[in-house]
Design a protein. Structure first.
Length: 324
């Protein structure tokens, strides 16, 4: 992220960060809001951040950039890197002559890029000697902490207000009673089995709840064949945001859309594959406030189903309030 100070009495200042996916920008929402109050901000991020700009950061300029070292596969195949794009972005940023640059990722390649753009002050979390590229190396948060804590450390270094994660305020829940089930993810290893989602969808509908299924394009045929004629596959972040605005609860994989749901005021329940019988669910705050492992059988304890409608072994004792 790149920012120019709005104060005439201070030097122009810059901050920079790159995002890895939808979750990335969502983790940084509080930091971006605080930084934008004092600086004119430019965000160097993956192209989908442009679709998020109007909703979340209308005053922030977004420069689309997919750093090859953040790819899930092939990140070390240097011959396949888009060197022309890398050089072009580097030249563009260097011409701006920013005063401050930063990255919250614990990645020497980020730090090398900060050095290349010529920023006077460079903040980051050094690794394997990358402090040579930084003017302000910072101590990384505990490995068990949420990555939001790293952004709090950066905010404090820039003398920006930073709320503890327990005090973060999320948008109010929508009045809708719709449960949105999103079965897609950018990486196949993060996708929970579709058959299990289908079981949950059928059970929720049998209990009288309105459910809408959204998925990846390659999953759409499967859902149609399973009888889900109304299933859809959003083609962009803008389309997904419109769908999220109609929902009260989000059930999906441990992936970007779950973080996006929380940022939109939709209560998220995110699952990720651990093995055939275990999932990980995040029941509040889009992954910021709480995390626990649970069996498939007790997954329904976190769903918005009145206790009276569940067998005794499924009753949750107030994990989440029912919709009504």
């Amino acid at each position: 992220m790149i920012a120019h100070s709005r104060s005439a009495s201070r030097e122009a200042q810059t901050a920079r960060h790159r995002t890895l996916g939808c979750g990335g920008p969502c983790h940084r929402h509080p930091f971006l809001r605080q930084a934008n109050e004092q600086f004119d901000v430019t965000l160097l991020a993956k192209p989908f951040a442009r679709d998020m700009r109007a909703r979340f950061w209308p005053c922030i300029e977004v420069i689309p950039f997919s750093a090859p070292w953040t790819a899930f596969n092939g990140k070390y195949h240097l011959l396949t890197w888009p060197w022309r794009d890398l050089i072009s972005v580097g030249i563009r940023l260097r011409r701006e002559k920013f005063d401050v640059a930063l990255s919250a990722r614990w990645d020497p390649r980020d730090h090398f890029l900060l050095r290349l753009i010529g920023a006077k002050a460079r903040l980051g979390f050094p690794r394997t000697g990358s402090q040579m590229f930084l003017t302000h190396p910072l101590a990384v948060a505990d490995s068990k902490s949420h990555r939001y804590e790293n952004w709090r450390i950066i905010a404090q270094a820039l003398h920006l207000p930073s709320e503890p994660r327990e005090q973060l305020e999320f948008p109010p829940s929508h009045q809708s009673r719709l449960i949105l089930v999103h079965t897609g993810a950018a990486q196949a290893v993060r996708i929970w089995p579709l058959e299990r989602y289908l079981q949950i969808v059928n059970k929720l509908r049998a209990l009288g709840h309105a459910v809408r299924v959204v998925c990846n394009p390659e999953q759409l045929a499967w859902w149609k064949n399973a009888g889900e004629s109304a299933a859809s596959a959003p083609a962009s972040i803008v389309e997904l945001l419109k769908i999220l605005d109609t929902a009260r609860v989000f059930l999906g994989n441990d992936s970007g859309p779950g973080h996006l749901a929380a940022a939109c005021g939709v209560r998220p329940l995110r699952c990720s594959v651990r093995n055939c019988r275990m999932v990980r669910a995040v029941a509040s705050g889009g992954g910021i406030r709480g995390r626990q492992a649970l069996s498939l059988q007790t997954l329904f304890r976190l769903l918005p189903i009145p206790d009276a409608a569940l067998p005794v072994e499924h009753q949750r004792g107030g994990s989440l309030a029912p919709l009504d």
